[in-house]
Write a protein that binds this ligand. Structure first.
Ligand code: MN3
Length: 194
């Protein structure tokens, strides 16, 4: 079974001006595609695993019977595959406020603004390539943190809710070294929050 990346739920230019069409096109058709095909290449070597959901595999990564080299490849490429699937899904041209999530955020951070402030500081200061995450932990509480490379919160037993790709390929064409500006503008594309 070949895993296909999700259909982009909008056109390449739908997130303009916050995220430009060229970046979305290259990010989706080249970067995300490469993660998908390299993940499939690894999984094809394991008939017991290839038909399973990659999210489920990442959630039980420690117990997977793979060579250490292939396991690291699956963490990198499988992570890239599922992280981008989520990333495209939580963005959109029209905001939809998820009231339940906003209520939880307010309960934990006091206000959406304070939550965003903490998230933005983490995203701006992530060294190297990686993602900033809002997750639900095993106790049902919300947490924000950075993970390097394509590491997935699923492998920590956490449920990803919201995420921002801060690899340079996600913003360099439009923002160059101005990552904080990319982060600030990205909030305009997030469907789940006000
Ligand atoms: Mn990316």
């Amino acid at each position: 079974m070949t895993h296909l990346k999700i259909e982009l739920p909008y056109s390449f230019d739908a997130l303009e001006p916050h995220m430009d069409a060229k970046t979305v096109e290259i990010h989706y058709t080249k970067h995300h595609e490469a993660y998908a095909s390299k993940m499939n290449e690894v999984l094809e070597k394991y008939p017991d695993l290839v038909d399973q959901n990659p999210e489920d595999l990442l959630a039980k990564i420690d117990s997977l019977e793979m060579s250490p080299d292939d396991k690291q490849k699956f963490i990198n490429f499988g992570g890239g595959y599922v992280n981008h699937n989520l990333f495209w899904t939580i963005m959109g041209p029209e905001k939809q406020i998820d009231d339940a999530l906003v209520a939880e955020i307010k309960e934990q951070w006091g206000s959406v603004e304070d939550f965003k402030k903490e998230f933005n500081v983490l995203a701006s200061t992530l060294f190297g390539s990686g993602w900033t995450w809002l997750v639900k932990n095993a106790d049902g509480g919300l947490e924000i943190y950075n993970l390097s490379n394509q590491d997935s919160p699923l492998s920590k037993g956490h449920t990803p809710i919201l995420t921002l790709d801060v690899w340079e390929h996600a913003y360099y064409l439009k923002y160059q070294n101005r990552r904080p500006e990319y982060i600030e503008n990205w909030w305009n594309t997030v469907k789940l929050l006000p």
